[in-house]
Structure formats: C-alpha cells, structure tokens
Design a binder for this molecule. Structure first.
Ligand SMILES: Nc1ncnc2c1ncn2[C@@H]1O[C@H](COP(=O)(O)OP(=O)(O)O)[C@@H](O)[C@H]1O
Ligand SMILES: [Mg+2]
Length: 280
C-alpha cells in the first residue's frame, strides 16, 4: 500500500490536516461592475473567536459573509473555511460546508407562510432529520432564545425583536461550527438590541461558536467585547477587570481595505484619525 500523503500545510490547515482557523481570507479582492469593493483583504477568525466587522454602508461587510459561504467568488485571493478553500469548491461540496455554517440574515428573512416551528426546523427538514429529533432540537433552540411559547405562531404575529430571536434559533438549531450574523440588531431599538446582543454573547460563551458579526453599531460590538454570559445569573454581565477573555475582536473596513484588526482596547486607544472619528 502506498504511504498516505500528508496534506499540504495551508493557512486554513495544520500539517496533520486539522482546520486550525475557522475562517481565513488571504489577499481577497472583488469588484462589482468595475467598482472595487474589497481590495486585498486578509484576516483570520480563530476557533472560538468572535470578530465584529465594522465599516460604513457599502464597505463590503455583507460581501465578506457571502464570500465565506461561497455564494460569491473572489476575483483574486483565497478563502479557507474550516480548512477548506471555498473559492475552488464545487457547488455540491459547498452545500456540505454550508451545513456547518449558521447564518442570521439582515432583517431576519423568515418565511412568513411558515410557523415559527417550521422556520426553525427548516434546515433539519431539508436534511431529512427524523421527526422526533427535529421537535427536540427546535424546542431547545427556541428555549435558548426564550421563545418556546411561539412555536405555533407565524412571523407576522411577532415583534421585530422576536423575529430576530427566531432567526437566531433557526441559525443555531443544528449547532453550527461557525455563525455568521449580518447586522443582527439592525432596525431594532436600543433595549431590544441589547436582548439580541445578550443572546449572541450567550451563544458565544456557552457553545464557543466561532462567529463573524457584521455590526452597524459600534456600541453593540463593544458590549459584546466587554461582557460575558454568567450562567448562574442567566444573564450577561460586565467583565469589569475579571480575568475573563471574551475572545471578541474588531475589524474595520475602509475603501476596500482592512484599516484595523485588533482588540476592543486597541480600538479604543487607536491614534488613527479615521478610527478615532469613527468610534467617537
Ligand atoms: N451582487 C452584487 N452585484 C452588484 N453590486 C454588489 C453586489 N453585492 C454587493 N454589491 C455592491 O458592493 C458594495 C458593498 O456591498 P455590501 O457588502 O452589501 O456592503 P455592506 O454590507 O458593508 O453595507 C455596495 O456598493 C454594493 O452595492
Ligand atoms: Mg450589509
């Protein structure tokens, strides 16, 4: 028998073939209709880490999430997700990979004609999971977002914040390895936004899911970086100097480039004029 060939080392994989990072973008560029949106973007999201993507409207934040899912292809560069290079993958392999990703879309994107239960169950039904398992996982996911009483309701009967929580339940129903959140608090009032951020922090600290989070509101990302979920209190509390690493970092996009990639503290103390302006 021939000796097994060791997989080549790559930014997304160690020599023993294990994915070392959740997501790696290496020198990624993309243009739409001659308009350069991302221009040589590189960053990585480590396992268990959460990274907030910040930048003005049109900066390319949602495009980064679509590239990660293999929904759009880069003009240049490489994208590794769980050790697989997505920009070179066939559609059927992408389909397999996407099953490991959970996505909370902008504006929730629930199916209005389906009950909450069927919205949350959607992926499990598609994957042919047995009915008794579906019911159990849907109930768990809805309990996680504290909406178990809405099982038989329709999205139209829920508030905006509740719909967003259903969207989170749908994304976490099969405990994905990576979560992608696109402006999960967009269009919500500050109080409701905090309940959504608290759920994201809970998911982060209970399941340690690697996450990319597009945020239009810097305050939300700061709250995530400076709070952790206290299971005994069943709520989010400030870190306040405790030796707790929230593993939450920030990436700021400007004119197609990464102009900042670092911690909350580094962001808050940055001397870069654009960043100072942005965070003020
Ligand atoms: N499929 C597409 N076709 C044409 N233009 C697109 C497409 N996707 C994104 N764009 C453009 O790329 C830019 C970045 O979009 P997007 O990633 O949605 O920004 P953000 O999420 O940061 O607001 C915008 O100018 C948008 O119009
Ligand atoms: Mg967007």
């Amino acid at each position: 028998m021939p000796a097994p060939v060791a997989p080549a080392e790559s930014p997304g994989r160690t020599t023993d073939g294990q994915p070392q990072s959740a997501i790696v973008l290496e020198d990624v560029s993309i243009s739409f209709e001659g308009n350069t949106v991302l221009d040589g973007i590189s960053f990585s999201l480590e396992r268990g880490e959460t990274k907030a993507l910040l930048g003005v409207a049109g900066a390319g934040k949602s495009t980064i999430l679509k590239l990660t899912m293999g929904l759009v292809k880069p003009d240049h560069g490489n994208i590794w997700v769980l050790g697989q290079e997505v920009s070179a993958m066939k559609e059927e392999d992408l389909f397999e990979l996407r099953r490991k990703l959970g996505m909370v879309f902008q504006e929730s994107a629930l199916f209005d004609s389906l009950t909450v239960r069927d919205n949350v169950a959607y992926r499990l039904i598609e994957e042919g999971v047995p009915e008794d398992k579906i019911q159990k996982r849907v109930e768990e996911a809805l309990r996680f977002v504290e909406l178990e009483h809405t099982l038989n309701m329709f999205p139209g009967e829920l508030s905006g914040g509740m719909r967003r929580r259903v969207a989170i339940a749908r994304a976490i129903v099969d405990q994905p390895e990576i979560l992608l959140y696109d402006s999960p608090t967009g269009g919500l009032d500050p109080v409701t936004s905090t309940t959504i951020i608290e759920l994201i922090v809970k998911q982060r600290d209970v399941y340690h899911t690697s996450s990319l989070l597009v945020s239009h509101r810097l305050q939300d990302a700061f709250t995530m970086a400076t709070h952790y979920f206290d299971r005994s209190k069943n709520r989010m509390v400030p870190v306040n100097g405790a030796p707790i690493d929230t593993r939450t970092s920030f990436l700021v996009l400007r004119d197609g480039k990464v102009i900042f990639d670092g911690s909350a503290h580094e962001l808050a103390t940055s001397r870069d004029e654009y960043i100072r302006e942005y965070i003020s």
